[in-house]
Design a protein around this ligand. Structure first.
Ligand code: SF4
Ligand code: SF4
Length: 354
């Protein structure tokens, strides 16, 4: 069983200070009317009462814009080739369970048979301190996919807020164990440990039931079959008209991973930068091919592709849903298009399952 510690709010700040003295630390910070994950230099900058950041932590493993190759032809005809250096050791502090689960899904994509070397290096160099959720808003539906409010795996350390008494800290990996040993925090007694873990369980179960009541997809295991039979359901038509194909939902989604690669040449053709950028399946150019062909020219086709990829195709490929119910695609959509409502409408009047 992993180690369990109790940290007062002051001790959490102390932990952050110790981490800051060794690593680059990124955490949730309040911007004007939203939160964002960014580098912190002082423990007071972190807001552990946050609900969701606008951009997910995938930006640290798959940056929105990155030069993956730089080639230069010198005056002496020497060719120099540079690849990105990804040696930074960092800590992601206060990662919510849904975002952690999303990274575990991205691992399936980027660390499969063909490993993405930059993603791999960043994963190896990152320590994850998760933060179980004790608050949610009307968009969260993580419980549908078992992605929250508990972090189940993939963290090095995990914190749970026990209100004014501070936080429970649990160790989830050897990296986390070493970190805690080196920092000299004392473990709780066996007797107290039971009480604390019981209290933590109660807090998170209450949270789980609140989320379930607010927003949930029932019988989610039947979803792929239901969607397959309802490809032409009338709900798609209206959603296809409402959607602006702006692509924001792709950008904020923690499990969207499509990227584009372009070569940018200098005017004298002696230098070229190969750049990888996030892409969006909602954009018209996404499925464009040579000679102007486009196999998803209709907006409706692009809209359906995104939802079907999350709730059906990903499960076929990787055995799990490609959505973690973080709610970002609803929260940040200008039209407030809501996949849970779409599925609800299909469930209400479906083509019957045989
Ligand atoms: S954010 Fe909303 S409007 Fe924009 S592409 Fe996504 S679903 Fe359509
Ligand atoms: S599809 Fe929406 S709710 Fe699901 S993981 Fe992506 S942004 Fe979150």
């Amino acid at each position: 069983m992993g180690r369990v510690l109790i940290l007062s709010i002051e001790e959490v700040k102390n932990l952050l200070e110790k981490l800051l003295s060794r690593y680059k630390v990124y955490g949730p910070v309040k911007a004007k009317d939203f939160w964002k994950f960014e580098e912190i230099t002082n423990p007071d900058e972190v807001d552990l009462g946050y609900i969701s950041t606008m951009l997910p932590i995938k930006k640290y493993f798959l940056p929105p814009f990155e030069t993956i190759l730089h080639v230069k032809l010198g005056e002496d005809k020497e060719i120099t080739i540079k690849e990105p250096e990804v040696n930074e050791k960092c800590v992601l502090f206060g990662v919510h369970p849904c975002d952690l689960k999303a990274i575990l899904l991205l691992d399936k994509v980027f660390l499969d048979e063909l490993k993405d070397p930059y993603y791999l290096k960043r994963r190896e160099n990152t320590i994850i301190v998760a933060l179980n959720c004790t608050a949610a808003d009307e968009y969260c539906f993580c419980t549908t996919f078992g992605a929250g409010p508990f972090a189940k795996e993939g963290y090095d350390l995990v914190l749970t807020n026990l209100d004014e008494r501070g936080y429970v800290l649990e160790v989830g990996s050897n990296k986390g164990e070493e970190l805690i040993k080196a920092m000299g925090f004392a473990e709780v007694s066996d007797e107290y440990r039971e009480t604390i873990l019981k209290r933590k369980e109660e807090i998170l179960r209450k949270m789980e039931s609140e989320i379930n009541q607010k927003r949930r997809i029932p019988n989610v295991e039947k979803l792929p079959e239901l969607l397959a039979k309802n490809f032409n359901h009338k709900v798609w038509e209206s959603m296809g008209k409402l959607c602006l194909a702006c692509g924001s939902c792709n950008l904020v989604c923690p499990t969207c991973y499509c990227f584009n690669v372009v070569d940018k040449f200098s005017i004298n053709l002696r230098e070229v930068e190969r750049i990888r950028t996030w892409d969006s399946c909602l954009l018209l150019e996404f499925a464009e091919v040579a000679l102007g062909g486009n196999f998803r020219r209709e907006r409706l086709a692009r809209f359906k592709q995104r939802i079907y990829h999350k709730l059906s195709y990903f499960i076929e490929q990787y055995g799990e849903f490609g959505c973690v119910g973080c709610g970002r695609c609803i929260r940040w959509c200008v039209r407030k298009i809501d996949p849970v409502k779409i599925v609800g409408e299909i469930m209400e009047k479906p083509v019957p399952l045989s």
